[in-house]
Write a protein that binds this ligand. Structure first.
Ligand SMILES: C[S@@+](CC[C@H](N)C(=O)[O-])C[C@H]1O[C@@H](n2cnc3c(N)ncnc32)[C@H](O)[C@@H]1O
Length: 232
């Protein structure tokens, strides 16, 4: 039942309905700015992976592509995406089944869309939740050096707000660097604090153009540290 999947589904849409124009707004704005600044030389096509209803995407950015392939397994998300962007001029094609069933299905999908840039839309940090059969390495390795790709994903989430003084870094930070940089100013009372590790440290092994870090206040009491990377 894909509308109940653990990385999205109805609960997520209800949260978005409450927060997209309030609590989530500053995060959505910085993510849209980051996506806008992704330097793409060619805009004939784009692939989106797991955009949900496009809560963090802007109509202007979507409209800058002639053709968009959208991989999203949640039928409610697809319905809401179309309702949220009724006027986009880009041609859209939906992929409603998972392209991550096996390395063969992922490689077949890539060979069917050989030159298209790919944006992973806050998807890869949910891989363990979703029990994706592929590792991040298996998903990302075929893209390296072959096409533009970018991902924004959860790195950590916690009841503690990360303090981000410097968003841009020349590479993805290691776990210890993240703890030092964004969670160092822990209050004395945070001894029992739990940080949920979304297991996306893999990007630190890659030669990237840049990595950016963002705070997403998901609820009044739960915060995400989002990492954004542009691949090459
Ligand atoms: C955390 S949500 C994305 C949030 C959304 N990008 C945003 O910024 O609001 C992850 C999305 O991935 C979708 N998803 C889960 N498994 C998928 C798969 N195998 N292929 C494509 N999308 C998938 C879920 O339906 C969900 O909409």
């Amino acid at each position: 039942m894909n509308f109940l999947n653990p990385a999205g589904g109805l609960k997520y849409h209800v949260q978005a309905w409450f927060h997209a124009h309030g609590l989530w707004k500053p995060y959505i704005q910085v993510i849209q700015n980051w996506i806008d600044s992704w330097p793409l030389t060619e805009r004939s096509q784009m692939i989106l992976i797991g955009p949900s209803a496009g809560y963090s995407l802007s109509e202007t950015w979507l409209d800058s592509f002639a053709h968009i392939t959208i991989c999203e397994i949640d039928p409610v998300a697809r319905f809401l995406f179309v309702r949220r962007f009724p006027k986009i001029k880009s041609k859209t094609a939906w992929v409603t089944g998972s392209v991550f069933e096996s390395t063969t299905s992922w490689n077949t999908f890539l060979s069917e869309h050989p030159n298209s840039p790919i944006l992973f839309c806050n998807f890869l940090g949910q891989a363990q939740h979703l029990k994706l059969p592929l590792t991040l390495r298996e998903i990302i390795t075929p893209l390296l050096g072959s096409r533009p790709w970018a991902s924004y994903h959860d790195r950590f989430s916690s009841s503690l707000k990360p303090h981000i003084e410097r968003s841009a870094h020349p590479r993805a930070l290691s776990t210890s660097e993240i703890l030092e940089e964004f969670y160092n100013a822990l209050p004395e009372s945070s001894g029992d604090l739990e940080l949920y590790d979304h297991d996306t440290h893999f990007f630190g092994e890659l030669d990237l153009n840049e990595a950016h870090y963002f705070h997403w206040a998901y609820s009044q009491s739960w915060h995400h540290l989002i990492e954004g990377v542009w691949g090459k």
